[in-house]
Design a protein around this ligand. Structure first.
Ligand SMILES: Nc1ncnc2c1ncn2[C@@H]1O[C@H](COP(=O)(O)OP(=O)(O)OP(=O)(O)O)[C@@H](O)[C@H]1O
Length: 378
C-alpha cells in the first residue's frame, strides 16, 4: 500500500499543490519554514484523519481561509488483498464537522478509517516519549492499538466520552455526595471498555518489547538490554472495586483519579529507569527503536507495510545513527518512505547509486513544491 498522488488545497501554508509520488522513497528538500513538515502532516491526516500531534483541525486551515481540502489516492501492491485504488478526501471547515470520504462516501465515524492506511511518523522531539509525562506514552500505545484493532478504538472513544461525563458530574456536584446514582451508572458503563483496553494493552507489551530489542540492537549496536513494563492501577484492583475505593477522593478532587487514563509504560535499561541512566545517544537510539518496533507491529497487525514519515532526522541525529536508520528503512523490508531535509547535498548522498525509479526528489519553497524535472540528474 502506498500513496500515489496528493492534492492539498488551502492546507497549512499551501494554497494549492498537486504531487505525484514514488511508491518507495520521497525526499522533500527546502529551507526552514518552507512547508516540509506540513506536507508530512498532510500525509498523516490522510492516513489517520487527524493531526499527528493532536493539533485541532482548525490549525490545518491556511491562515485567512475558511476551509481546507486534502485528497490522496492510495494504490495497493499486487500481493495486497485489494488491488483497486482508494481515493480519500478530507474536508475541514471552520466551525463545522470534519468530513472524511473514501471513494466518494463519507464515513460516519473516524473508527471506520483508522488502520486502513497504517502510518508511523518519526519526529525530532520523539525523546519526549521518554522524558515527559505519561500522556504521550499512552498516545503511542493507543495509536498503535487503534491502527490494528478498530474495536479497541471504539472502546477508547467510549471510555473517553464516559470519563468526560463522569468528570463533568463530579464538578457539578462540587464536593457533594451523588444522590442520583449517576456515578454508579457511569462506572458500570465504563467496565466493558476498561476490560477490553486493559487486556489489549497487556497483550501488546510482549511482542512490542521483543521488536524493540531487535530494533535497538540494529540501530545502536550496543549491548545494554532495554525493556518495557506496563503500569496500571487495574493490575491490582478490579475496576468497580477501584472506583468504590476512590469515590471519596474523586468527590473531593472533583475528577476521576484512577482508571486506564492513568496507565503508563515504564522504560528500563539494564533494569534501571531509562530516563535516569541513558546517555543522549542511548536515548536517541531507544526512541528510534520504539518507532521501528511500532512499524513492525503495525505491519504485522494490518498485513500492510505502513507509510513511514521521517521528519528532519538529519539535523537532530548524529551521522552514524542516521546512516544506520536509513540503511534499514531503505532496504526492501520497508514500504513507502517520506524524508524531509534542509540540505540538498545530504539527500543526494542518500539516493546516490539507487535506481532512479525508486525515488523522487521535491524542492519545497514557501508553500510551493516542485518535483525535479529530471530526478536522475543529481
Ligand atoms: N494554517 C497555516 N496557514 C498558513 N501558514 C501556516 C499555517 N500553519 C503553519 N504555517 C506556516 O508553515 C510554515 C512552517 O512549515 P513547516 O513546519 O512545514 O516547515 P519546514 O519546512 O518543515 O521547516 P523546518 O525545516 O524548520 O522544520 C511556517 O511559516 C508557518 O507559519
Amino acid at each position: 500500500m502506498h500513496l500515489t498522488s496528493l492534492i492539498l488545497t488551502q492546507f497549512k501554508n499551501y494554497e494549492f499543490q498537486r504531487l505525484t509520488l514514488s511508491p518507495r522513497l520521497n525526499c522533500f528538500v527546502g529551507a526552514n519554514g518552507a512547508g516540509k513538515t506540513n506536507l508530512l502532516e498532510a500525509v498523516y491526516y490522510l492516513c489517520m484523519g487527524k493531526s499527528y500531534n493532536s493539533s485541532p483541525d482548525q490549525y490545518a486551515v491556511r491562515h485567512g481561509d475558511d476551509g481546507s481540502r486534502l485528497e490522496g489516492l492510495f494504490g495497493f501492491d499486487a500481493e495486497d488483498a485489494k488491488s483497486e485504488k482508494d481515493r480519500i478526501v478530507i474536508k475541514i471547515q471552520k466551525r463545522k464537522r470534519k468530513i472524511i470520504e473514501r471513494n466518494g462516501t463519507a464515513y460516519e465515524r473516524l473508527t471506520e478509517h483508522v488502520g486502513r492506511y497504517p502510518v508511523v511518523i518519526i519526529v525530532p522531539d520523539d525523546s519526549r516519549l521518554v522524558l515527559e509525562g505519561s500522556e504521550i506514552r499512552r498516545r503511542l500505545l493507543d495509536n498503535s492499538l487503534s491502527q490494528t484493532d478498530p474495536v479497541y478504538l471504539s472502546h477508547l472513544v467510549a471510555y473517553n466520552k464516559l470519563l468526560a461525563n463522569r468528570n463533568a458530574l463530579l464538578k457539578e456536584l462540587d464536593g457533594r455526595k451523588d444522590t442520583t446514582g449517576l456515578l454508579d451508572i457511569y462506572d458500570q458503563q465504563m467496565q466493558a471498555p476498561v476490560a477490553y483496553i486493559l487486556e489489549k494493552r497487556q497483550a501488546f507489551i510482549g511482542p512490542f518489547t521483543e521488536l524493540l530489542t531487535e530494533a535497538y540492537a540494529a540501530i545502536s549496536g550496543e549491548r545494554e538490554s532495554v525493556a518495557i513494563t506496563y503500569k496500571s492501577q487495574l493490575h491490582d484492583t478490579p475496576w468497580l472495586e477501584l472506583m468504590a475505593e476512590r469515590r471519596e477522593k474523586d468527590r473531593v478532587l472533583q475528577r476521576t483519579t484512577a482508571g486506564i487514563h492513568r496507565d503508563d509504560l515504564v522504560f528500563t535499561q539494564d533494569g534501571h529507569p531509562l530516563r535516569r541512566v541513558a546517555s543522549q545517544g542511548q536515548l536517541k537510539s531507544f526512541v528510534l527503536s520504539l518507532k521501528l518496533a511500532q512499524y513492525r507491529l503495525l505491519e504485522r497487525g494490518t498485513r500492510r507495510p505502513p507509510i513511514l514519515l521521517l521528519d528532519d532526522i538529519f539535523d537532530k541525529l548524529d551521522r552514524d545513527r542516521v546512516r544506520q536508520l536509513l540503511e534499514l528503512v531503505l532496504s526492501s523490508a520497508f514500504g513507502q518512505v517520506f524524508i524531509t531535509d534542509t540540505d540538498p547535498e545530504r539527500v543526494t548522498a542518500l539516493i546516490d547509486g539507487k535506481d532512479a525509479t525508486d525515488w523522487k526528489r521535491f524542492l519545497v519553497a514557501e508553500g510551493k513544491i516542485e518535483q525535479e524535472e529530471d530526478s536522475t540528474a543529481v
